[in-house]
Each structure stands twice: as C-alpha cells, then as structure tokens.
Design a binder for this molecule. Structure first.
Ligand code: HEC
Ligand code: HEC
Length: 330
C-alpha cells in the first residue's frame, strides 16, 4: 500500500489530518498483475458465473419498465460509458453524474466517483434499486428472474440451493465486471520491450506524464489510479467524497479514475464537463477551472502545443479494448 493510500485512510478516519503533508511515494506505472486481484473467497470465478453475470448485465429485465440494462449506461461500444455528460435513467430523468468506464475494476478498492461502495457485489445492487436509474425493487426483481427458466436453472447450477437471490445477482454481475481486463495496450507492449509499439510522440508523452505534467502523481500504478480522492478544480456544487466521509476537507474531491482505454469513454470528469482527451489535457495545462481548495499539484503546467499533443498521444497508447459480444437474452 502506498503512502498516499495510508494518508487517505488516516484522513478519512479524521485522525491526525496533518499527516497528509508526509512525503509521497507512488506506485510505478506498469502492466496489471492478474495474480494480485483479490477475489472474494480468494477464488477467481468460473466461466459459468461470468456468463451469468454478463447475461444480467445486458438484460433490460433489471429495470422496472424493461427499458434499461447496465449496458445502457455502460455500453461496451462506448468504452463502457454512454457518451453523455449525465446518464439518463430508465424513467427518462438525468442522473447527477457521468457514467464511468468499467475497465480493470478488479483491482479497484472503492467504487463510484465518491468511493461510497467498497465492493462490486454491493455496488451492483445500487443502480438496480436507485429510483433515478433502473428503479427496480429487489423484492420485485428476484421473483421476476425466477420465472425465467434460464435464470432459475443457471443460478442453481452456479450457486447451489440459494438459487436466484439478491446476493447472487450481485456476485454474478461482479464476476462479469472483474473479467473486464485490459492489459495489452501499446504501452504494455512497449514496457515488455517492443519499443516500436508506441509512437515517438507517445513516448515523449509518457515522459511528460511522469515528469513535467505531474499526471502520475495521482494516476499511478498499473491502472493509473492512486485509489484516492482529489479536488482538481472541476467547477460545480457536487461535494463528492466530502458528503460521504462527512469531512469538509474532502469537499469536491473525487476518486482518481483509472485511465486504461480512456480514449473510448468521452466525455470526461464526474460531470462530463470535458468533451475530449485533448480538452482534459488543456484543462490541466491551464491549472484547472477553479482555484479554491484545489490540490496543490494542480497548477498551470506550461506545456507547449507539441507537449499537449504528446500527452494526448500517450493516453491513446493505453488502448486495448475489451470486446464483449451482446448475448442473446433468454
Ligand atoms: C442510468 C444509467 C446507469 C445504469 C442503468 C447503471 N449505471 Fe453504473 N453508473 C452510472 C453512473 C452515473 C455512475 C457514477 C455514479 C456515482 O459515482 O455517483 C455509475 C457507476 C458505476 C460503477 C462504479 C465504477 C467506478 O469506477 O467506480 C459501477 C461498477 C457500475 N456503475 C456498474 C453498474 C452495473 C453493474 C449496473 C447494472 C446493474 C449499472 N452500473 C447500471 C450510471 C448507470
Ligand atoms: C491531483 C491529482 C491528479 C493529477 C495531478 C492529475 N489527475 Fe487526472 N484526475 C484526477 C481526479 C480526481 C479526476 C476526477 C475529477 C473529477 O471528475 O472531478 C481526474 C480525471 C482525469 C481524467 C478523466 C477520466 C474520466 O474517466 O472522466 C483524465 C483523462 C485525466 N484525469 C488525465 C490526467 C492527466 C493527463 C494528467 C496530467 C496532465 C492528470 N490527469 C493529472 C486526479 C488527478
């Protein structure tokens, strides 16, 4: 665990907040280690459980009016996001935040922009029940799924006598989500010794990402996230982590998003306020959109046009799409 994660935990516990001034160390950028995934009960899910989760992920039955599945907002063709600043719930209302991509969540410690869910199992049930999203009470969903012979049979095959239950719905969806792994991008091939895998511009961008542009201070490790929360100066009233941790010093901080396949999931930021990767890099280059309370690392970077393009090229080299074919629903 790196220093900042410890610092975050201490701060979250509101013990000795001044420790956040300790010297920071960061995890080197790299290729994710599949052996380091902490599966529940220390066991990787079998293919049957992943397939069941995939079916649920794409099934509109999970919404109250059969209009929406998880894939409506986390569309595999749009980088597991939906191309909108704010997603649209099944009843036609906008959700208050941008739909994040779902790549490499298997290594993630906390979920949502404000980190309010600690496990994918727990997270998956949230949008099903949320009135603004799928609006489906679990007490209605479970009998509805039991009536579908495929689900009745497959849940029992995978989970035994507990069969179709809310816990098992969460488990199956989480098993599918943990299988969305991207680890063979041009950047990974470059690290593995194929120096031609990244363009000269992307190679310069890597240097800037770790150096002059400061990106790796927060987007570190093999998934380009420190699993921590920062205020980077996106304008707006959303209190982010502050509201969850009930800690004013965390107001307007949001989870550092992982950046693998990031070019696929525009627009960006918790409010979808940046339309493209280039716009994001220009946002950082001018030192964000708001000054008060912003992380000290966010300041004008003085990147030249060429350097902006180089950072954009590097983020493009994190591309290794996960191809998921839509299943034929039962
Ligand atoms: C109406 C659109 C919508 C639907 C439907 C939806 N989501 Fe989301 N999802 C979002 C939004 C918006 C967020 C961010 C919310 C936040 O951070 O407060 C999110 C966040 C997440 C996250 C957290 C990702 C991260 O990086 O922290 C996961 C995992 C996720 N959704 C999975 C699912 C699953 C599984 C389903 C189906 C059961 C689903 N979502 C249905 C819009 C949606
Ligand atoms: C102080 C920590 C920090 C630094 C430094 C930082 N980021 Fe971020 N980054 C974040 C956080 C936190 C967010 C989410 C902020 C929000 O939505 O309000 C984010 C969001 C992003 C996003 C949008 C991702 C998405 O899914 O919407 C991209 C792309 C990104 N950063 C790239 C970069 C690049 C490139 C640099 C260097 C120029 C950089 N970041 C520097 C913490 C940081």
């Amino acid at each position: 665990m790196n220093c900042r994660k410890k610092v975050f935990q201490w701060t979250a516990l509101v013990i000795l907040p001044f420790l956040s001034f300790t010297v920071w160390a960061f995890d080197p950028l790299g290729t994710p280690d599949r052996d380091a995934i902490e599966y529940p009960e220390d066991e990787a899910p079998g293919q049957a459980e992943i397939e069941l989760g995939k079916m649920l992920f794409f099934d509109n039955r999970l919404s109250i009016n059969d209009q929406q599945s998880c894939a409506s907002c986390h569309n595999p063709d749009l980088g597991f996001s939906d191309g909108m600043a704010f997603s649209m719930g099944t009843m036609g209302k906008r959700v208050g935040r941008n739909a994040p991509h779902l790549y490499n969540l298997a290594w993630n410690l906390l979920h949502f922009w404000d980190g309010r869910a600690a496990s994918l199992e727990e997270q998956a049930l949230g949008p099903i029940e949320a009135a603004g999203e799928m609006n489906m009470p679990l007490s209605t969903l479970i009998p509805k799924l039991k009536e579908v012979p495929y689900y009745d049979k497959t849940f029992t095959e995978v989970y035994g006598s507990s069969g179709v239950s809310k816990e098992n719905v969460g488990k199956a969806i989480a098993a599918f989500e943990r299988s969305l792994i991207s680890d063979n991008s041009p950047f990974d091939q470059y690290l593995a010794g194929n120096k031609a895998a990244m363009s000269p511009s992307a190679i310069r961008g890597l240097g800037l990402f770790k150096g002059k542009a400061n990106c790796a201070e927060c987007h570190d490790g093999s998934n380009f996230t420190d699993n921590s929360f920062h205020n980077i100066g996106v304008k707006g009233d959303d209190l982010g982590r502050g509201a969850i941790a009930n800690d004013k010093t965390l107001n307007k901080t949001f989870k550092t998003p992982g950046l693998r396949n990031i070019t696929l999931s525009a627009p960006y930021m918790h409010d979808g306020s940046e339309p493209s990767i280039e716009a994001v890099v220009r946002f950082y280059n001018r030192g964000g959109n708001e000054k008060g309370g912003v992380d000290q690392l966010i300041k004008p970077l003085d990147l030249s046009e060429q350097e902006v393009n180089d950072v954009v090229a590097f983020l493009g080299a994190l591309l290794d799409p996960v191809i998921v074919e839509r299943p034929a629903l039962p």
